[in-house]
Ligand binder design. Structure first.
Ligand SMILES: [Zn+2]
Length: 482
């Protein structure tokens, strides 16, 4: 990977009006803000104007900004397809088609700039800042773009009347060790990593359609169109779905829980599962910090997908799997959403926890008829069968592209859940749950590393747990049936 942050001075262009503004002293205000005005035509095209008020919260001087263009992965000829070959037929039931993203114009503080499309797979937008910004300073970048949806049951696509807009706007790359992380769109896992920001997103659609969106939205009619005005603070992404949805609503501890569905014959059960799990996790790990939680039933290749304050569950699951997917994605509101992690290199952190917390929810919510014992026995035996036939080294802490597609689920979800269960058995229930709530509070709205997670447990439990974690993570611990 080429070095991508220049600390050398660049010639300042005609740009005298711009004086960098420092971020607020208050830590909680040191965030970037995305303001996006998007128009969706009801078919496959979205036009959008985005203004990013960027805060340089890194410790390096920046003279350009890098953005992921995730929709570029759906284009014809992309080197990294979001869909593993073995899933192509399932993902594109109507035949393979393509989407894309085209950048129309970029501006910095209102001044039109050149831009570059770069990255391993032409999936990175580079915008020169014209003037360097120091750590703590801000810059305003505008990007106008056109998005085309592929006919795919995936994060960014249109299928069976539902348009799904996940990872749909240029999102600034995380800076680590002085460089932007420009990882491409791996087909394994959720190949995303982002910092928390604020969002104000307006989406205009034909008025016959309904938008299910991140944040808290207000619909305003405008003749043949309707616009949804949505805002969301302290979130690491923003997503929405458009379709002819019906809506179920519940209120859980002051939070509006919305379920947008079309086919779900047990929609009352699904919204109840969303509300019950949101309430349960709030009590266990710390209050859900937003006013709305939205679940959308949409055509989706896998069971579901998490975005901040919005979860997608597949419309092709049966009753109990729909509930399970909803509970799993709701757990992600804490593990991925509130506490972020590098999902490209340490996927076990959020997937292992979301999977194990699903089991914990069932364990303490007996009305759902699923027992802890049965789920852990299933996970254990499935993992044993897998490890008997797999040539995998059992290592969990590796990059998404280093897992075979088949290995990924076993090593991050199942083995992740087994690892957290082993930690719980080693320290006892009180210390285990306290560790998770301290972890959630300590790393709220931040990105945690594996060491942050392990040391929080060790700190709270006052014991050395490196052997337990490392045994699993490094593939040394053998799993035996109970
Ligand atoms: Zn998950």
């Amino acid at each position: 990977m080429k070095r991508i942050i220049k600390i050398i001075l660049v010639a300042v262009l005609a740009f005298s009006a711009f004086l960098p503004i420092s971020c607020a002293r208050n830590k909680s205000e040191e965030r970037s803000k995305y303001v996006i005005d998007a128009r969706y035509d009801g078919d496959v095209t979205l036009e959008a104007d985005m203004t990013l008020d960027y805060c340089n919260s890194s410790d390096v001087v920046l003279d350009e900004l890098y953005f992921h263009l995730y929709p570029a992965a759906y284009r014809k000829g992309a080197q990294f397809s979001p869909i593993d070959e073995s899933y192509t037929a399932l993902a594109y039931p109507g035949g393979v088609g393509y989407g894309d993203i085209r950048i129309n114009e970029t501006r910095v503080h209102g001044v039109k700039t050149d831009f570059e499309i770069s990255g391993e797979d032409e999936d990175i937008l580079i915008v020169p800042l014209l003037k360097e910004i120091d750590p703590g300073e801000r810059a305003e970048i505008q990007v106008s773009y056109t998005l085309k949806l592929a006919p795919v049951k995936h994060r960014t696509g249109k299928f069976d009347g539902v348009a799904t807009f996940g990872n749909w706007y240029p999102i600034v790359c995380v800076i680590e060790n002085g460089e932007f992380d420009t990882s491409p769109y791996y087909s394994n896992g959720d190949p995303f990593y982002s910092d928390v920001a604020d969002y104000e997103v307006n989406v205009t659609v034909p008025s016959t359609l309904v938008v299910a969106t991140s944040g808290t939205a207000k619909r305003v009619e405008n003749g043949v169109n309707a616009t949804y005005f949505s805002s969301l603070r302290c979130a690491r992404d923003f997503a929405f779905c458009v379709g002819e949805f019906k809506v179920d609503k519940r209120v859980e501890n002051g939070v509006n829980v919305l379920y947008y569905y079309r086919k779900d014959s047990d929609h009352e059960g699904t919204v109840r599962a969303a509300a019950d799990s949101l309430g349960f996790f709030s009590r266990r790990f710390g209050a859900y910090p937003y006013s709305t939680y939205t679940v959308v039933e949409a055509p989706f290749l896998y069971g579901g997908m998490e975005y901040p304050t919005l979860s997608i569950v597949s419309d092709s699951l049966g009753k109990s799997l729909t509930k399970e997917a909803t509970i799993h994605e709701t757990a992600h509101q804490w593990w991925y959403g509130i506490v972020g992690n590098d999902e490209i290199r340490h996927a076990w952190m959020d997937e292992g926890l979301a999977e194990y917390c699903t089991t914990i929810f069932y364990e303490f919510t007996p009305g759902y008829g699923v027992t802890y014992k049965a789920r852990m026995a299933d996970a254990t035996s499935a993992y044993i069968v897998y490890s008997d036939v797999s040539a995998s080294d059992g290592k969990m802490d590796k990059k998404l592209n280093e897992f075979a597609s088949y290995d990924y689920t076993y090593l991050t979800y199942l083995k992740g859940a087994l690892m957290f269960d082993a930690v719980r058995k080693a320290v006892g229930d009180n210390a285990f749950f306290r560790s998770l709530s301290v972890y959630a509070e300590r790393f709220k709205f931040r990105n945690a590393t594996p060491n942050d997670l392990i040391s929080t447990f060790e700190n709270v439990c006052k014991t050395d747990l490196s052997g337990v974690f490392k045994g699993f993570l490094e593939g040394k611990t053998r799993i035996f049936s109970a």
